[in-house]
Design a protein around this ligand. Sequence first.
Ligand SMILES: C[S@@+](CC[C@H](N)C(=O)[O-])C[C@H]1O[C@@H](n2cnc3c(N)ncnc32)[C@H](O)[C@@H]1O
Length: 294
Amino acid sequence: MLTITTDPEVYGPREDSFFLLDTLAHEQLSGRALEIGVGTGVIALNLAHRFHEVVGVDIDPRAVALARENAETNSVTNVHFYFSDLFSSVPGTFDVIILNPPYCPSDGLFPQDLCCDGGPDGRKTIDAFLSRFSEFLAPEGKAYLLQSSLSDIEKTITLLKARDFDCTVLARMPLFFEELAVLRIQHPGFKIHASRYERRNCMTRREEIIQLLLENEMNSLELAHHFKTTKKTILSDLEHIRRSLRNKHEELVVKMPVCNHCGYTFTLTSVKEPSKCPHCNSEWIDPPTYRVVP
Ligand SMILES: C[S@@+](CC[C@H](N)C(=O)[O-])C[C@H]1O[C@@H](n2cnc3c(N)ncnc32)[C@H](O)[C@@H]1O
């Protein structure tokens, strides 16, 4: 049993925190974890013994300081708390990512309240998280998101399924004026078609990418996971491939990215990934996918 010191300025452990912890108690967890929005640190600290390392971040420096104090009080040494706005200062990839976000639609009740204010529809932090979490999730990793009916649980499920993520509602809990749910989200099980694709030792990574894209339409993240490298490296490979295939019998075809919020379709002339929609400013953009056509 941990001793968790609270502070009136920092979100203290309550029903949603305990519901998330109870749900995670039934999950198989290991490796390296990231918790976003740690508050007092109650979740990260309670789960610490199940991971070799936990990184906990919060946008509120008071929360980071309190979580560090709670780690020290309980002599937990494998959890490291930092300041970060969502993923802005988060290094590397994680086997597990956890978020209990601020999800109350703003109605003047919680002005500037980092713990509760989720913007006009309650989805500000949720949508920003959904637009980026997959870059930080290991290929076999699992993300856990606590959501409330106040911020449209079904919308999250529909959006994730449209992007082929595997999304399961692990538990639901009715409260007085809302329902809570814990979602488990995993990368789509991408299966590589391999009738012609055969890895040969003498192949360079770029040659191998061409072989893969002759039979598979893939995005840069899927390629990065396949080659165990970064998206940046893959994007530079793709740009090189695009140029080198010009005037040959094959061509790199890019399926343009689409904004999930307003439906705007980008027009790109090189291999790059837009981060914001020029129409509505949303960051939830379906990434471009790539194919090589003979
Ligand atoms: C609902 S509280 C959850 C606290 C704790 N995880 C728990 O379950 O008891 C949400 C936390 O997210 C933090 N937060 C809000 N926006 C954030 C952001 N953009 N990046 C990181 N943390 C954020 C808040 O400061 C707050 O501590």
